[in-house]
Design a protein around this ligand. Structure first.
Ligand code: C2E
Ligand code: CA
Ligand code: CA
Length: 609
């Protein structure tokens, strides 16, 4: 038996109770002539009547035209209207033509048909407060089968509706920005695709990623990060129409759905507007920051009619935008798919290479022009690939970094580099340092310090011969943590160099706090020496600063004699570059040491400018 049927039966019985009382009052007392059966009836009526009085549901009894004859205390409690105020009025549902039940019947129609009726509706309490109620109406018929009364059962479901709304909010909306979340966005995308099928119009999906979020979040704190995201969310909303969907997928990733666009260019216009609005400065506490975004765009039905494919397309296009120097937007093109497939296979092959240890470390000499001697090497990894021979690091380090494989690759390089220098020492070739590059992920790896210690012990290389190169941007991501890691490394007795110096963020003020030993002037400055006035100024400033902070300075990428002379004239003695030697494989190391050593002694390595 359904709930509605039970309710109806119960109310048929309950209804009779108050009516009975009313009826009783009209009758002259005939107690003496009452039969035993009458007494029993009266008793059960009293029970039923008090059940209605005490019911946890609001109960309204109206006649067949909707005029209220009775309301119970719970009804008064819910609505604020007393029995006296309610009786004689017309039940508001009675003539409401708009309000229908799931069978599309108005209450009156259902009552006439003799069926019960149920609906959810918003109503007003006496004090004007709005509330949600669930109403069940049941018809009562007289002996001849005509509708005589209607019983309304009323539940105040405001709390339930609110909890449900809150749960929906949690399930479908991002609590920080109030934007839709990934789940709801996926739904909307599906709906939008259905609409595309019917309407023959296009839909654009935009994938937006902020360019500097991580850095701001790390340097200014999470509260500032949250405020930034909220501001960005608001700006994104302002850039689109009311009916467009803006969602936050998580972190600093946002998506936008532009429905019913007639041309892909429309999406480009919106993207341009977004980039423009993002560049407006944002005030975060005392700090003013500026951000930019990279946007990928894909269009349905042109690119795909599958929601997951579209999401991936937009993501790929966004990465292309990042590759193109950020702060721009890119439309998805098919070649991005090919690229991503190539990347996938690269990733798998790289995994295999790691387990097979298919890497070889090359060594590029570093020269000290103060005494014309080779003072060390930089260890530079290559992937020894079956088909391609040697793959340069720029081609696979970024993938290794993203997939985490860099931890294993880095360990292989560190071991080979230390073992090689130790082997030179054993062969009687002393006095060479080896500089090993650390990637961002390796640097933050909690195992780094113990790994370095372990490798030094294993290879029996004294720590003073090992140098670790880290880049400026790796330090700036979280300066306090970086200082801690550097201090630990320095305790081991190894040297720390800041690589690519001058290309990172304006971090000069931090430099005094950092426990480092060396700066490496970036190749991009060296290559323009001495012609570029700007690069000459930067290089001399870096050298001067290093001297003031008592740090050593190295220049890399030295290709010409005039570059070498300029550096030497400005007190930068340690140089590395093709002018002296390219990176060489371990087998040729002996030979390189001999040949280059000879050239340096005779002065032929440093040509007159
Ligand atoms: P980097 O640390 O800046 O390394 C110097 C790069 O400059 C090397 O490229 C080197 O071959 C190249 N180079 C040296 N002299 C000259 C020159 O005179 N002119 C020019 N144009 N280039 C010169 P390579 O070996 O291809 O390495 C590229 C980058 O890959 C490195 O840049 C480094 O960031 C990364 N890398 C290399 N080995 C490792 C490694 O073992 N671990 C990590 N994490 N990264 C590595
Ligand atoms: Ca380096
Ligand atoms: Ca470098």
């Amino acid at each position: 038996m359904s709930n509605a049927t039970i309710t109806t039966l119960l109310f048929c019985l309950l209804l009779l109770a108050p009516l009975f009382y009313v009826f009783r009052r009209w009758q002259p007392s005939q107690a003496s002539s009452r039969s035993r059966r009458d007494q029993l009836n009266e008793q059960s009526m009293r029970i039923l009547s008090s059940a209605v009085e005490q019911s946890q549901s609001g109960v309204v009894i109206a006649d067949c035209s909707g005029i209220i004859e009775y309301v119970n205390p719970r009804y008064t409690q819910i609505t604020g209207y007393s029995n006296a105020e309610a009786v004689g009025r017309i039940a508001e549902l009675m003539n409401n033509e708009q309000l229908t039940d799931p069978n599309n019947l108005t209450m009156q129609e259902a009552m006439q048909l003799g069926s019960s009726w149920e609906t959810f509706m918003v109503s007003s309490r006496k004090n004007g407060e709005r509330f949600w109620q669930q109403v069940t109406a049941s018809p009562i018929h007289d002996d001849l089968g005509a509708l005589s009364h209607i019983v309304l059962n009323i539940e105040d479901i405001s709390e339930r509706v609110e909890t449900q709304a809150q749960m929906e909010q949690l399930a479908f909306y991002d609590p920080l920005t109030g934007l839709e979340n990934r789940r709801l966005f996926k739904d909307r995308l599906e709906q939008s695709l259905k609409h595309v099928r019917r309407s023959k119009k296009s839909t654009a999906l935009l994938f937006i990623d902020l360019d500097q979020f991580k850095r701001i979040n790390d340097t200014l704190g999470h509260d500032a990060g949250d405020e930034l995201l909220t501001t960005v969310a608001r700006r994104l909303r302002e850039c689109v129409r009311e009916e467009d969907i803006v969602a936050r997928l998580g972190g600093d990733e946002f998506t936008i759905l532009l429905a019913d666009i007639s041309h892909a260019d429309d999406a480009g216009l919106v993207a341009r507007k977004i980039l423009q609005s993002l560049t407006e400065p944002i005030q975060l506490g005392a700090q003013e920051v500026t951000v930019s975004g990279s946007i990928g765009i894909t269009i349905a039905p042109e690119d795909s009619m599958n929601a997951s494919v579209l999401m991936r397309n937009a993501d790929l296009a966004m990465y292309r935008a990042k590759d193109q120097g950020r702060n721009n937007f890119q439309f998805f093109t098919d070649d991005m798919n090919i690229e991503s497939q190539a990347r996938m296979s690269l990733e798998n092959e790289l995994r295999l290479a790691v387990s097979n240890r298919d890497f070889v470390v090359f060594f590029q000499p570093q020269i000290n022009l103060a005494n014309n001697k080779i003072c060390g090497f930089e260890a530079l990894v290559r992937w020894r690939h079956e088909q391609v021979d040697l793959i340069p690091p720029d081609r696979f380090i970024p993938v290794a970094e993203e997939t985490g494989l860099i931890i294993q690759v880095g360990e292989i390089v560190l071991r080979q580099a230390c073992a090689q220098i130790k082997a030179l020492q054993v062969a009687g070739l002393h006095g060479y340092t080896v500089a090993v590059n650390l990637s961002a992920r390796q640097f933050r790896d909690s195992n780094l310090v113990s790994l370095v210690r372990e490798v030094l012990t294993e290879t029996q290389l004294e720590p003073r011969w090992l140098e670790l190169e880290i880049t400026e941007s790796m330090l700036m991501d979280n300066i306090e943590q970086a200082i801690e890691i550097l201090t630990e490394l320095k305790k081991l007795g190894v040297t720390v160099t800041i690589d690519d110096f001058g290309t990172g963020y304006s971090s000069l003020s931090y430099l005094t706090q950092l426990p480092v030993d060396k700066l490496k002037v970036d190749r991009s400055f060296v290559s323009n020496l001495p012609e570029s006035a700007r690069h000459t100024a930067i290089t001399t400033a870096i050298i001067a600063m290093a001297q003031r902070l008592k740090l050593q300075v190295v220049a890399e990428g030295v290709e010409t004699a005039s570059q070498a002379n300029f550096l030497l004239d400005n007190q930068c003695n340690i140089l590395q570059g093709f002018l002296f030697s390219p990176p060489v494989n371990p087998e040729s190391l002996d030979q390189t040491l001999t040949q280059l050593g000879l050239m340096l002694e005779t002065g032929t390595a440093r040509c007159p400018a």
